[in-house]
Design a protein around this ligand. Structure first.
Ligand SMILES: *[C@@H]1O[C@H](CO)[C@@H](O)[C@H](O)[C@H]1NC(C)=O
Ligand SMILES: *[C@@H]1O[C@H](CO)[C@@H](O)[C@H](O)[C@H]1NC(C)=O
Length: 156
């Protein structure tokens, strides 16, 4: 049996998704960069990273990663509106469902800053590790990448 060329072309066309529309850094209300997409492949919601990511890199073997934001960034984390401070550079090690050795994200609580050192994801929930303590929040609170508060070039 032979396949005619038009039929072959048609099946190729159908197999190729229209990818040009969803390019890396679209500037829509739902800004998803490749770094955000990468988060989801490891089982984490995109809302863990601010919308504005300048660069990122990950070693697929070890899971070591860094994310480069445009500068230090402050935002409030849902649902309790904790003030969070992201450094310009965030590093850690990610495997499916677990981020360890995290550096560069701090939250303000009880009148001081605490470093978030690890995050676990069960899919439904996120568990943030802060020192020896952990706090659990529903993942759905992190479905959107938050936008940094004004003054992203603030020197501090
Ligand atoms: C993204 O949107 C903002 C606000 O509408 C605009 O100022 C900026 O130029 C846009 N950036 C790109 C890369 O389109
Ligand atoms: C990635 O991690 C592996 C394991 O730790 C290491 O052997 C390798 O050199 C790393 N690759 C890069 C490009 O750093």
């Amino acid at each position: 049996m032979r396949t005619s060329l038009p039929v072959l072309l048609l099946s190729v066309l159908l197999l190729v998704p229209p990818s040009s529309q969803s390019s890396d850094l679209t500037n829509t209300t739902r800004p998803v960069s490749r770094a955000h997409a990468e988060l989801t492949t490891y089982g984490f919601p995109i809302g863990l990273l601010p919308a504005a990511v300048r660069a990122y890199s990950i070693n697929a073997t070890s899971g070591d990663f860094y994310v480069d934001l445009h500068g230090p960034c402050r935002l409030t984390l849902p649902p309790d509106n904790y003030l969070a401070a992201y450094s310009e550079k965030i590093t850690g090690r990610i495997v499916r469902g677990r981020i360890a050795g995290l550096e560069g994200i701090r939250v303000r609580a009880l009148f001081r800053w605490w470093s978030i050192t690890g995050i676990k994801s069960s899919g439904e929930n996120l568990v943030f590790e802060v020192g020896g303590v952990s706090a659990k929040y529903p993942s759905k609170n992190f479905d959107e990448a938050p936008v940094c508060k004004g003054g992203k070039r603030a020197s501090s």
